[in-house]
Design a protein around this ligand. Structure first.
Ligand code: ADP
Length: 162
């Protein structure tokens, strides 16, 4: 049984993230979509809300679980018997950052294999940071995020952040 992890901020989850987790769920027995609570970043959504939204979006995907952690991904992977780390790639700029991270993780935990899934062209321009900016200003993001995320953002930020 191969257990994988798809870690990220997912602040908030976008259609690009959904595409990656859907495709990963076909490839591995179990995939944990793990929200990383990075204390350095000022989030739009608290970790707990991000998890609730992800749970709604992935509920019909076989073998997908939702988790969260702080700290090193390799430590979470080691403790949870995870052997595959999934990351999504959009552009060369992602690749540069991801290559360094993958090589560092390999050094820290050699049994963990990083696998990259290339984004579908139609989602390649979507990022959580763009969605955050639009939501912040009270704009419409329904083309970029799954319906539960859109509903949540409309409810909380439809007139912008006060
Ligand atoms: P992080 O802060 O860890 O980069 P993100 O939530 O921004 O977290 O992204 C999590 C993962 O999803 C990363 O591997 C990122 O490259 C990937 N990703 C983000 N947006 C997309 C997209 N539109 N298509 C495919 N992969 C994406």
């Amino acid at each position: 049984m191969v257990r994988a992890i798809y870690p990220g901020s997912f602040d908030p989850m976008t259609l690009g993230h959904f595409d990656i987790i859907r495709r990963a769920s076909v490839l591995f027995d179990e995939v944990i979509m793990a929200v990383v609570g990075n204390p350095g970043k000022a989030p739009l959504l608290p970790v707990s809300e991000r998890m609730v939204l992800i749970e709604k979006v992935v509920k019909d995907l076989k073998g997908v679980k939702v988790g969260q952690f702080q700290g090193l991904t390799v430590e979470y992977a080691r403790q949870n018997h995870i052997t595959v780390l999934i990351r999504g790639l959009r552009a060369i700029s992602d690749f540069e950052a991801e290559l360094g991270m993958a090589q560092t993780n390999k050094q820290l935990f050699p049994e963990l294999e990083t696998i990259f899934l290339m984004t579908k062209a139609e989602y390649s321009f979507i990022s959580s940071s763009t969605v955050r900016e639009i939501a912040h200003l009270g704009g419409d993001v329904h083309q970029f995020v799954p319906t539960p995320v859109n509903d949540y953002l409309n409810e909380h930020f439809s007139r912008g952040i006060k």
